[in-house]
Write a new protein. Structure first.
Length: 415
């Protein structure tokens, strides 16, 4: 048999919009011994995680727990549990992940109505609110931070329009949770999905989710208990009269919430190590303080942007709705974007991202998220990026970028 080399991944500066570098404390937590999933010591960790998720999502919702799977499992769990075949769903689209919401809603059997905005811009929230009043959908699904374009959609007034028309509002906050404000209760969001592998700096594999009583009412009306788990005397085994049971078993929030409640109804086998990691990532975020964490992301963004502009790079997109945690840079005419990325990785160990669809080959995306969002990473990236661009024959102003970023750091007295 071939002798396989011992696992030894290279150290990297991961400056993409996810996955990003993981805090060493989270890596350590991932390696602790397994506990049984109904061991009281483990269920206490589950309860801690729910409590910390409520704080991070800024909600008093009873339900806040992770769905096992990558972030889209959380999105799919919310949509498949909340959309009944034939429901009308409104999806405002301003990038790749809006298209994903459309795609999943269609697969749930919804009649989907979309609004489209050019990539690089967002909607005036009043236009979304008007469309809600006009279309009267049962559900509205919108991306908060669109990583494909680096834009953030203001959500004010959208929740109120949903309450007025009795629609549920589902928000993809995968890329913003833990790095930018996500105010579940204040913004009247009915269900919110976060990401582990972005601003929370935990590996990919769990999708934090929260939803309120309005969403729960719809979920419970569609609840069906798995046949092999039914015991004599158990009530509400099938959905309410005329309602359609939730299509997915794995992503069924009605059964998942039973597992996350004191009843601990058996469903899947919990991902023990991932739960350790998520709990540690949440603990670290709360220890830093959410406001302080958002401010840290803004400060490193300011240094990065100052450096890129000093170098003469053009930033992509409408600056008034730029995400603090993603910076999109236009690839200069005649420069091979993939070759620049490859050289950054092979020569400097730094990873940045490309983009999708209409922006493929047109922009690079630089993430400053979670544990990757650090001064040493920003300065190293600026120096390396300048060198690699010059090596590719791009016209860049050399020697200015790192100095501009240092000016920002020194002026702001950043750690
Ligand atoms: C805004 C947004 N939504 C959803 C997803 C999907 O997440 P995952 O790849 O973890 O399933 C991503 C991933 O990059 C994202 O950036």
């Amino acid at each position: 048999m071939r002798a396989y080399a011992e696992l030894s991944p290279s150290p990297r500066s991961i400056m993409t919009p996810g996955p990003v570098e993981v805090d060493p404390r989270v890596l350590r937590a991932l390696s602790y011994p397994i506990l049984g999933q109904f061991d009281p010591e483990f269920t206490a960790l589950m309860n801690d995680t729910m409590e910390m998720l409520r704080l991070v999502f800024r909600t008093d919702n009873r339900w806040a727990y992770p769905v096992d799977g990558t972030s889209r499992s959380g999105i799919e769990a919310a949509l498949t549990s909340l959309i009944e075949p034939g429901d009308k769903v409104l999806v405002p689209i301003y990038g790749r992940f809006g298209h994903l919401l459309h795609e999943i809603a269609e697969r749930c059997g919804a009649e989907v109505v979309t609004l489209e905005q050019a990539w690089g811009r967002v909607f005036d929230p009043a236009d979304i609110a008007d469309a809600i009043r006009r279309e009267r959908p049962q559900l509205v699904a919108v991306v908060h931070g669109e990583t494909s374009t680096g834009r953030v959609q203001p959500l004010d007034g959208i929740g109120a329009a949903c309450r007025e028309t009795d629609a549920l509002l589902v928000v993809d906050a995968v890329a913003t949770l833990g790095g930018m404000p996500v105010e579940t209760d204040a913004w009247q969001l009915d269900a919110v999905v976060g990401g582990s592998q972005k601003c929370l700096s935990v590996p990919s594999g769990m999708a934090p989710i929260t939803y309120n009583a309005r969403a729960e009412a719809k979920i419970l009306a569609r609840k069906r208990v798995e046949r092999g788990l039914r015991v004599p005397g158990m009530a509400n085994l099938e959905p309410a009269e005329g309602r359609r049971f939730i299509q997915s078993n794995y992503l069924d929030l009605a059964q998942l919430q039973d597992y996350w409640s004191a009843a601990r109804l058996n469903h899947h086998t919990e991902m023990t190590c991932m739960l350790y990691g998520l709990r540690e990532g949440l603990r670290i975020a709360l220890q830093e303080g959410l406001e302080a964490r958002w401010a840290r992301h803004r400060r490193h963004e300011a240094a990065l942007v100052a450096g890129l502009e000093a170098m003469g790079m053009r930033l992509f997109g409408d600056s008034s709705c730029k995400m603090a945690v993603v910076t999109c840079v236009e690839i200069p005419e005649g420069i091979d974007g993939e070759s620049v990325r490859a050289m950054l990785l092979s020569m400097f160990g730094i990873e940045i991202a490309n983009s999708f669809g209409p922006l493929k080959g047109r922009i690079w995306r630089i993430g400053t998220m979670g544990y990757s969002c650090r001064r040493d990473n920003v300065l190293r990236l600026l120096g390396a990026f300048e060198a690699v661009l010059a090596r590719h024959g791009a016209s860049v102003k050399t020697g200015a970028a790192v100095q501009a970023a240092l000016d920002v750091y020194e002026a702001g007295e950043i750690e």
